[in-house]
Design a binder for this molecule. Structure first.
Ligand SMILES: [Zn+2]
Length: 133
């Protein structure tokens, strides 16, 4: 069983790295991925092992790999206006921002992780970007 999981994680991570120029993951916290097609890998293969594989393969294939800090408030930040709306219990699946946006918790978090990962990536390339721009 453990070997089957490992094989699967290897195959999935190879496909992801081949198909994407850049991969952004949230360190430890998996809220942004829990309801995507990656959910199975997150829960079955072990997130730590999976992100390690992604990181190794990104390096091998010359892809960008960015880990977003686990303290980044991805589920609290409005991906439309940038307001930080405060902590939300996990039971809160959707929420509305005063700006009028209505968010699916996981989708909003995934958008924020992508934006934060991109911002860190561009910063590493010497460009100045604002996360909230
Ligand atoms: Zn908003």
């Amino acid at each position: 069983m453990a070997d089957a999981r490992k094989d699967w994680a290897h195959q999935r991570s190879t496909v992801i790295i081949r198909e994407n120029q850049a991969v952004f993951v949230e360190d430890l916290c998996v809220t942004g991925l829990a309801r995507t097609r990656l959910a199975k890998s997150v829960h079955d293969a072990g997130w730590g092992m999976f992100t390690r594989l992604l990181e190794e393969k990104a390096a091998r294939y010359g892809r960008t790999f960015v880990k977003v800090n686990r303290f980044f408030p991805s589920s609290q930040l409005c991906s439309v206006c940038g307001r930080v709306d405060g902590p939300k219990p996990l039971s809160v699946r959707t929420w509305s921002c005063p700006c009028g946006a209505v968010h699916d918790r996981d989708l909003n978090a995934a958008i924020n992780i992508h934006a934060a990962g991109r911002a860190e990536w561009l910063n590493a390339c010497g460009e100045t970007v604002s996360l909230l721009a």
